[in-house]
Design a protein around this ligand. Sequence first.
Ligand code: HEC
Ligand code: HEC
Length: 440
Amino acid sequence: MSKFLNIFLPAASGTALALGLAFGLAGRDYNKSTIESLEIQLDQANARTSAAQNTSDAQNEVVQALQDRLTTVEANLAAAASQIGSVAEPAPLKADTYQIGRLALSEEIAAWDVDVLPDGRGLPVGSGDVFTGEEVFADQCAACHGDFAEGVDNWPVLAGGFDTLADEDPIKTVGSYWPHLSTVWDYINRSMPFGAAGTLTADETYAIVAYILYSNDMVDDDFVLSQENFADFEMHNKDGFVLDDRAETEYAAWRTEPCMKNCKEEVEVTMRSVFLVETPPEGGSNSVMNSATIDGLPSFSATGPAFIPAATVAPKAPAATKAIVEEVSAEDQEAQLIDDGKKVFKKCRACHEVGEGAKNGSGPHLNGIVGRTMGSVDGFKYSKVFAAALDDGLVWDDEALASFLEKPKSYMKGTKMAFSGLKKASDQQAVIEYLRTFGE
Ligand code: HEC
Ligand code: HEC
């Protein structure tokens, strides 16, 4: 390298001189950047020429096919537009201002422009009847929303709930709550079936919407929905929404100039967020951590114990504390566990009764469940998997109960117990101990 420089330096500086002169001269008409940009443009032109020469017949065919497709789409759009009425033209693009980008193809705009307005603008041409809708719905939607749009487990309910909107716990469904039919069409078209959005045809969507209306008792079974009768359809809750006028009402009343800096005169750290954690570390307790002060800041380690502040770990009379712990008898522990179990059972009470006179609810009564044959309560209609367990004579012992309660749906595939499970082993144990106190 240095050798190269030594040999060529004189020559190179000579060249630079000559170039400088050349630019100086050229500067009369062109500045340097103009020349450079002309050079770049020339290079690009050359590259384009050779690329063009390389363009194969196959590529030409692709271009032709795309153009044909575009023509068809444009024709369809024009037809659709004339059916629906005038759709506003997209604003002209400012391609010349920034010298970048290109005008979007009408095909591209059409792919994005899928919104449907309450008056039916934006709907594609098409139609669908209740009967077809029922079939598509059973295929594509019922797994989550139920055969009659009544909702499975916690998946959204799409039908019913009329006259509940003023209740404390209103059931907001398409039928009871949604003010415009266009939202139903638009939402389903964009986002359903969950996980396979965009796979429905326009006719299928019309049919499904017709079926959902039917499930809500809003149309008869021979109803056909199309872009023509769409806008005439009125939803129950069409007047239930009001324009947001808070800018004049509430907003003005609440509005004061917000403080953006130095809002508090004196700032003092009173608590560290680590002491406020919801979940105590293994063996730790919230109260211990919450009573820690910043003077006795704990040190932290991955293994844990040092997490509890030294100051509170070493109370004044450690021996006394220990003695109390030892005094807690096995009986007391048992009582504590049963008490905990009673709390856990709150999660079950909506469906299960225990104790004297316990009846079957949505689930069977649970008296004597520990040691009871699975699926054996008279008069309760169990699922198939429970019926099979009864036939096999399977019995609920502690272990089976714990596994079932941890993950009901995987332990008993096909169970109709709609409960997600008790994750914590301690909760499972506690509720089992509680249930054990109820004999036959
Ligand atoms: C895999 C389960 C699943 C399937 C299958 C499914 N959905 Fe949904 N659906 C959902 C979930 C989850 C939501 C709630 C989504 C949210 O709130 O973001 C929902 C919401 C909806 C809603 C809005 C409900 C409301 O009140 O907010 C409608 C309408 C709907 N789905 C219709 C359909 C239709 C029609 C199909 C069949 C073409 C379908 N869904 C298939 C899971 C599913
Ligand atoms: C949403 C209602 C619901 C909730 C909540 C619920 N269960 Fe169930 N449970 C059921 C139904 C329904 C069955 C019957 C299952 C079947 O037939 O598939 C059942 C069955 C059982 C069985 C088997 C009964 C037998 O006769 O074999 C046990 C045990 C049980 N539940 C315990 C619990 C416990 C404990 C909880 C709370 C932690 C709980 N369940 C929460 C509805 C519920």
